[in-house]
Design a protein around this ligand. Structure first.
Ligand code: NAD
Length: 337
């Protein structure tokens, strides 16, 4: 089947080509992001393979449909960027990769926590410059601290387990509690979680309910100087509000792998460009903010699993087989593991 693969980097191409060796799908790789301006590139391709910052709104879906596309194969677990209602009206199928390596994301969240805490990014630079001073590098023992996990699904449970192993008390908030989480922590209401936690880590999907979950009101409930980590989706946080909280010291550390307007920035080398996003640039001025470019998923294991499942999804669709990886507008967020 002809598949138009958008937002392709060399590493995507390598893993998809390797996974496709056994299947022989016709993969056409496009470097560009899928938007209304680029959607016509997919004309004549029965399937479109898309990543997280590709646009799959009503306009784009209609252009794809007119071009003959009937399947959207997402190379991601999250599907907040897809207008599922319109896809259903058009009769287009949406398949995703529900879990490719929750460990990859949880371990990256841990890396953000420990880097912000012990400031290893600053030590690295200092030592290379011959500066062996410790001023400004003071950290804290994670042991004994309270970790609050918002969204106790696959990733949240793994991070909770890791930090429980380091001696943290783990608490969680989730409208759909799970037995797996109860083995490592206790459920509390969201306000209590924000009030109690030294570290708050977000692991819920982006939905209309969770959009701007972290805002001026919820920030007010947090401990003074708390650490906030977001490896889920940028729009879980109102960035302007969190900037004010950083300025006042309410937030003591901010670790982001995702950002609300990341589609204009992430995954590109913009080092020779004047970045126009003043909100993002302001974030970069804080010494206690650490931002990575949506790389939490990016491990060898995860890339292989994404490619294998994606090619498998495309092949299932081609054979007319039902798929457990289908996403519908009736999708309920609960534990699958
Ligand atoms: P999951 O479906 O296993 O778990 C999500 C949990 O969030 C579920 O338990 C669900 O009940 C809960 N939830 C739903 N709405 C909520 C709300 N309003 N408040 C609190 N909890 C809520 O998903 P997962 O595999 O653990 O992934 C979590 C998120 O991580 C994904 O939705 C995705 O956005 C993000 N993610 C990021 C990367 C990355 O590279 N940074 C990679 C993969 C996934």
């Amino acid at each position: 089947m002809k598949v138009a693969v958008f937002s392709t980097k060399p590493y995507d191409r390598r893993s998809l080509d390797a996974a496709n060796e056994l299947y022989g799908q016709e993969l056409f790789f496009f470097e560009s992001r899928l938007t209304a301006a680029t959607a016509s590139l997919a004309a004549g391709h029965a399937a479109v393979c898309a990543f997280i910052n590709d646009e799959l709104n009503a306009t784009v879906l209609k252009i794809l449909f007119q071009g003959g596309t009937r399947l959207i194969a997402l190379r991601s677990a999250g599907f907040n960027h897809v207008d599922l209602k319109v896809a259903e009206e058009l009769g287009m199928k949406i398949l995703r990769v529900p879990a490719y390596s929750p460990h990859a994301v949880a371990e990256h969240a841990l890396a953000l926590i420990m880097t912000l805490n012990r400031k290893t990014h600053r030590s690295y630079n200092r030592v290379r410059e011959g500066n062996f001073s410790l001023d400004g590098l003071l950290g804290f023992d994670v042991h004994g601290k309270i970790l609050g996990i918002v969204g106790t699904g696959k990733i949240g449970v793994i991070l909770g387990g890791i930090l429980a192993g380091m001696g943290c008390k783990v608490i969680g908030y989730d409208p759909y509690p799970s037995e797996a989480f109860k083995k490592i922590g206790a459920y509390v209401p969201l306000k209590e979680l924000l009030r109690e936690s030294h570290i708050v880590s977000l692991h819920c999907p982006l939905t209309p309910e969770s959009n701007h979950l972290i805002n001026t009101d919820t920030l007010a409930h947090m401990r003074d100087g708390a650490m906030l980590i977001n490896t889920s989706r940028g729009a879980l946080i109102n960035t302007q509000d969190v900037t004010e909280a950083l300025k006042s010291g309410k937030i003591g550390y901010l670790g982001l792998d995702v950002y609300e307007q990341e589609a204009d920035l992430f995954y590109e080398d913009l080092s020779e460009t004047i970045i126009q996003d003043d909100v993002f640039q302001r974030l970069l001025t804080f010494p206690n903010v650490l931002i990575t470019s949506h790389q939490a998923f990016f491990t060898e294991n995860a890339m292989k699993n994404i490619a294998d499942t994606t090619i498998g999804n495309i092949t299932d669709f081609e054979k007319g087989q039902p798929s457990a990886n289908e996403v519908t507008s009736r999708q309920v967020y609960h534990h699958t593991a």
